[in-house]
Ligand binder design. Structure first.
Ligand code: PLP
Length: 455
């Protein structure tokens, strides 16, 4: 085809999506419902009411195909959206590939990742329903900073539990969170029963997302004016992220391209789902047929080596049981650098899409990711966050394969964040200290013995 000549494919502010897209409306089967942690019966929306505002609970269970984006949310989105879609011409040239590589760049948001796409509506609906404070957990700090930014836009307080290993290793994410006015604690903390229980067993615990979630949920459950927010995994989060894929679809259409492969990194699944769901809608409608591929770290391989079964979302077993790909709720990850990808479970909705055979998954080690990151930074200029380098590494592999076959493959990926707060990880790689730490299969089997059995 004729080359469109563009490097950045931009949309006008007037082309900002007006609705979020809900894939549930188009799936051949509904996803399995969340279950009560004690009775194992399906929970109704009211079970979530102590933690989330009603508007978000409704979005969690809705089967409507489109949900309107409130104008107040679109106004904040306009600070950085629509985000650019880039054609990675310089990388293509370095690879000498006939493949055309596009990346949707979410690092242009105030917090530097895709997370504000959901933090903003979550803060908005909480503010509308009178919430005074939102508690949350954060791993690498991206979600905590996104929520700190978003709550500041709507005048509510925010309190963040940050996984201890990252709290020590990424002090500037914590500074950013404080700059936007939120409170931050290292997790496990002495402030909650869940935190004290972990510290009693292991005073030097590096923490985990599961532990930090338990702490944030415990605090929210005690106070009617305090709610809790989650930055990934849940249906309403994936819903909000579909602005990414809707924009990318419009951007590719502008240059008359259809993707052959869409590849993204998956931690809890939100940026990947946000990117692929609008394309999956098209695929199910028969207008295009891209391969959809999730990439996760070898060190936290929930979809490729975990089991698809009901498990808790947190370590203390306080959350509803979710049917998902899981490594077991007491999973404590090795301290790999892609902190945002270290959750034990995968979004139930994305897990369901995978089980339906609509998406594939693979895993990769962190040294291969950083090798790709360096090549990307030296050609395209952007220093990627460690998480999306998983997808970049696969995109590069695919482009190299295209070189062998001579195919003009069109590859789309989400560069879901920049790596400006991750330079310690780059240092480790550049000085040869980074190691691959594949997760041992025996540990999965062992963790499964503590996952509840559903009759
Ligand atoms: C949080 C985060 C992730 C992982 O979360 P998903 O829900 O899987 O998207 C990936 N990349 C970046 C940059 C993040 O901030």
């Amino acid at each position: 085809m004729a080359d469109h000549g563009l490097t950045k494919i931009l949309l006008d502010e007037s082309e900002l999506p007006t609705h979020w897209y809900n894939i549930v409306a188009d799936l051949p089967e509904p996803p399995p419902p969340p279950l009560h942690p004690g009775t194992h019966e399906p929970i109704g929306p009211e079970a979530l009411a102590p933690l989330f505002p009603m508007a978000l609970i409704e979005q969690e269970v809705t089967t409507e195909r489109y949900v309107e984006i409130p104008e107040e949310v679109r106004e904040v989105y306009r600070l950085w959206r629509p985000s650019p879609l880039y054609r990675a011409r310089r990388l293509e040239r370095a690879l000498d590939t006939p493949a055309r590589i596009y990346f949707k760049y979410e690092g242009v948001s105030p917090a530097g990742s895709h997370k504000p796409n959901t933090a903003v509506p979550q803060a908005y609906y909480n503010a509308m329903e009178g919430t005074k404070k939102i508690t949350t957990e954060t791993g690498a700090g991206q979600w905590g900073s996104a929520l700190a930014f978003a709550t500041a836009q709507f005048g509510i307080e925010c309190e963040v539990w940050m996984v201890a290993a990252s709290f020590l290793g990424k002090p500037y994410r914590a500074s950013m969170i404080r700059t936007w006015g939120a409170d931050i604690h290292s997790s496990p903390s002495e402030l909650t029963e869940a935190g004290r229980a972990v510290l009693a067993q292991d005073p030097d615990s590096p923490g985990s997302l599961g532990i930090a979630i338990s702490e944030a949920v415990e605090m929210a459950a005690q106070d009617p004016d305090t709610k809790y927010a989650l930055g990934s995994v849940l249906n309403h989060v994936l819903l909000h992220q579909t602005v990414i894929g809707q924009e990318a679809l419009a951007q590719l259409a502008k240059v008359d391209e259809t993707p052959d492969l869409i590849v993204g990194c998956a931690g809890g699944g939100s940026n990947l789902a946000g990117l692929i769901f609008p394309f999956l809608r098209e695929k199910m409608a028969g207008t295009m047929s891209p391969r959809l591929l999730a990439v996760e770290p070898d060190a936290c391989p929930s979809m490729t080596r975990g089991e698809y079964r009901y498990d808790f979302g947190d370590v203390a077993g306080m959350t509803p049981l979710l049917k998902m790909h899981t490594l077991g709720h007491d999973f404590v990850p090795d301290p790999i650098h892609a902190g945002g990808l270290r959750y034990h479970g995968m979004s139930p909705l994305l897990s369901h899409v995978k089980e339906l055979g609509l998406m594939e998954a693979t895993s990769i080690g962190q040294t291969a990711c950083f090798e790709a990151a360096i090549q990307f930074a030296r050609t395209e200029g952007i220093v990627p966050a460690p998480e999306p380098t998983h997808a970049l590494a696969m995109a590069i592999q695919e482009a190299e394969r295209a070189k062998e076959t001579g195919e003009e493959t069109v590859i789309l990926t989400a560069l879901c964040g920049h790596g400006h707060f991750d330079m310690a990880a780059y240092d480790a790689y550049l000085s040869g200290e980074l190691e691959d730490r594949p997760y041992p299969t025996e540990k999965v089997a062992d963790a499964m013995t503590r996952v509840p059995v559903i009759a």
